[in-house]
Design a protein around this ligand. Structure first.
Ligand code: HEC
Ligand code: HEC
Ligand code: HEC
Ligand code: HEC
Ligand code: HEC
Ligand code: HEC
Ligand code: HEC
Ligand code: HEC
Length: 374
């Protein structure tokens, strides 16, 4: 009996102490960082800095931290949002960060990105059979690159839809896409966004070997030689003014050039063909889009080389259209059809990004499937 009441007294005392601590802590945030932060972020840091040590260290070296953009500014939530965890030490917070949150401070990048195929990438896979037949395998494959339809309740993900950082993620606020597919979660270094490996983590292999094709070309082959001597972290990076003598993905597809003043977040603005298919067709307003891509070639090449490249590239696309369409018309099962489509994509992407190996492999596969060509 005596022991029990001492125990009870002790429990009450420690409970009071804990309560007092909880009240005091938020009011007097312990400053754990040299970065200038809002009062709200200072409170997040008091608890989170000793817990997610490396995460917070990463953020501390970002330009966000240097400019007063902290935990609260990105993770604050609308209490009505299904992703919101309400009553989190008097805050509403959320784990996923929607592109609309980034858009509060980067509206131009958001607008441009929202018009791209990247933002539509989940729509491309919304109805694939795997999503209903084997959701677990869908989440671990297609959804990692294309994105998922994020469904949440009081801050917790339903049906394993999160973690997901695919490029076309459907967010709980209805927006499409995900800036963190290319930018780090807490590391906003520009060198990372501009690295070919960032694009290459999705654009490789059977789904479209753009990374390998670039790597095998004269552009990619020794890209690192001049890249190493270039400050890829610079904020105002115009390739034509820099020391980079060979291009990687962002130089041709997104960056400003001699003729185009600003960067884009929509790579489709510079493409004239739809290449990822058996029978490629031109895009709408393809002439203008091609001119936009040619502006980036002009940073380094003379007109004749650029014109000859496009003549040869167009001729190759038409030739692959012919070979692949004929092979597809003879294909008597879906496995063969997939193989032919893969070869057509490989060959066309190889021709676009100047890889002789990819073109050769594709030609061999397609001729194998087309008796009349042998
Ligand atoms: C009094 C301490 C405290 C404060 C203040 C605090 N957090 Fe937390 N937070 C925690 C703890 C503890 C967890 C659980 C961590 C874990 O699971 O490892 C957590 C979890 C989270 C999560 C993940 C939620 C989940 O469901 O897993 C997010 C996001 C978050 N906090 C953001 C914030 C933000 C943003 C702020 C400031 C506006 C903040 N927190 C303020 C202690 C705090
Ligand atoms: C520039 C915006 C930004 C800032 C500032 C920011 N975060 Fe994040 N954070 C993100 C993004 C983006 C993700 C990825 C979540 C998603 O969208 O699925 C993320 C994910 C997280 C996660 C879950 C992922 C994991 O690895 O556990 C935690 C916890 C988290 N942030 C805590 C913090 C804390 C603490 C701070 C302050 C030091 C902070 N964040 C500052 C954008 C930000
Ligand atoms: C509250 C405003 C705010 C929010 C929210 C915000 N940012 Fe920023 N961001 C800034 C500021 C300020 C800078 C530093 C100044 C600059 O370079 O524009 C910056 C810098 C950056 C940079 C580096 C730019 C450079 O030239 O070095 C990137 C990339 C970036 N933000 C992406 C994001 C992404 C992605 C998100 C959402 C996950 C996000 N930001 C959310 C304000 C914000
Ligand atoms: C997280 C995965 C992911 C990353 C990272 C990524 N992409 Fe993509 N990209 C995709 C997917 C998926 C598609 C196909 C979208 C669709 O049509 O559904 C695509 C489509 C494209 C297209 C065709 C666009 C169109 O209009 O048809 C280009 C070009 C492209 N990406 C270039 C890039 C470049 C350059 C980078 C790096 C700066 C990059 N991507 C980073 C997944 C990614
Ligand atoms: C490694 C990342 C990645 C994974 C995993 C992935 N994709 Fe893709 N997918 C891409 C990229 C990148 C493109 C754009 C290819 C291009 O335009 O060159 C694409 C394009 C597509 C396209 C349009 C072009 C076409 O082939 O018809 C479809 C459909 C597609 N993916 C379906 C799927 C399905 C279904 C899955 C899962 C079984 C899947 N993808 C898994 C990255 C991926
Ligand atoms: C020298 C400039 C250049 C570089 C560097 C470059 N590309 Fe391309 N890319 C092109 C051209 C040109 C096309 C075809 C444009 C057209 O259709 O008119 C193309 C097409 C593509 C497509 C096909 C889109 C479709 O129609 O399905 C994808 C995807 C792509 N590039 C991704 C990448 C990635 C990822 C990298 C880096 C690993 C990269 N590119 C590097 C010039 C470049
Ligand atoms: C496909 C990969 C990719 C995605 C997705 C992406 N970015 Fe970027 N972002 C880049 C690259 C590459 C650059 C560097 C462009 C340059 O140097 O011209 C960049 C540059 C930036 C910058 C620096 C200023 C500028 O425009 O050069 C900001 C800010 C930024 N992005 C914000 C965002 C926001 C916000 C989103 C989501 C709405 C987003 N990004 C989505 C690849 C991406
Ligand atoms: C940043 C500079 C740069 C940009 C931008 C650039 N190139 Fe190149 N390109 C080079 C260099 C350097 C070489 C290799 C020449 C050498 O080794 O001296 C090259 C080689 C080539 C070759 C010859 C390939 C071979 O295998 O012989 C072609 C064709 C070509 N580029 C076309 C293009 C096209 C088309 C574009 C735009 C879509 C483009 N380049 C953009 C720098 C560039």
């Amino acid at each position: 009996m005596r022991i029990n009441s001492i125990y009870l007294l002790r429990s009450i005392v420690s409970l009071c102490l804990l309560l007092a601590l909880a009240l005091v802590l938020p009011a007097q945030p312990i400053t754990t960082t040299t970065a200038q932060t809002s009062d709200e972020t200072a409170r997040c840091l008091a608890c989170h800095a000793p817990r997610q040590i490396k995460l917070v260290e990463t953020w501390e070296t970002s330009s966000h931290a240097k400019n007063g953009v902290g935990c609260y500014e990105c993770h604050k939530a609308d209490p009505k949002d299904t992703a919101a965890k309400n009553g989190h030490f008097s805050f509403s917070v959320q784990l996923p960060v929607s592109p609309r949150t980034c858009a509060e401070c980067h509206p131009a990048q958001y607008e441009s990105f929202a018009q791209s195929r990247h933002a539509e990438a989940f729509e491309t896979i919304r109805n694939v059979p795997l999503r209903t037949q084997s959701p677990a395998l869908f989440e671990q494959s297609c959804a990692i690159c294309h994105g998922n339809d994020l469904r949440m309740q009081r801050g917790k993900a339903l049906d394993n839809t999160w973690p997901n950082h695919g490029i076309g993620r459907i967010n709980t606020d209805g927006s499409r896409g995900n800036c963190a597919a290319c930018h780090g979660h807490h590391d906003d270094s520009m060198a990372r966004a501009r690295s070919p490996e960032t694009c290459g983590k999705c654009h490789h292999g059977d789904v479209g070997p753009a990374y390998e094709a670039w790597k095998a070309s004269r552009h990619g082959n020794d890209w690192h030689l001049t890249a190493a001597a270039t400050d890829l972290n610079k904020s105002d990076f115009k390739p034509v003014n820099e020391d980079l003598k060979r291009p990687d993905c962002f130089v041709c597809h997104l960056a400003p050039s001699t003729g185009i003043a600003s960067a884009t977040h929509n790579p489709g603005e510079r493409l004239s063909w739809h290449l990822a298919t058996i029978h490629s067709e031109h895009r709408e307003d393809w002439g203008e889009k091609r001119l936009a891509m040619q502006q980036s070639c002009r940073n380094c090449h003379a007109s004749t080389q650029i014109d000859m490249f496009y003549r040869r590239f167009d001729a190759s696309v038409l030739e692959f259209n012919r070979l692949a369409s004929e092979a597809a018309s003879l294909a008597d099962n879906s496995k063969k059809h997939t193989k032919i489509k893969g070869a057509a994509m490989k060959g066309k992407i190889g021709a676009a990004m100047l890889s002789p190996l990819h073109v050769r492999d594709a030609v061999e596969t397609l001729i194998d499937e087309t008796p009349s060509e042998k």
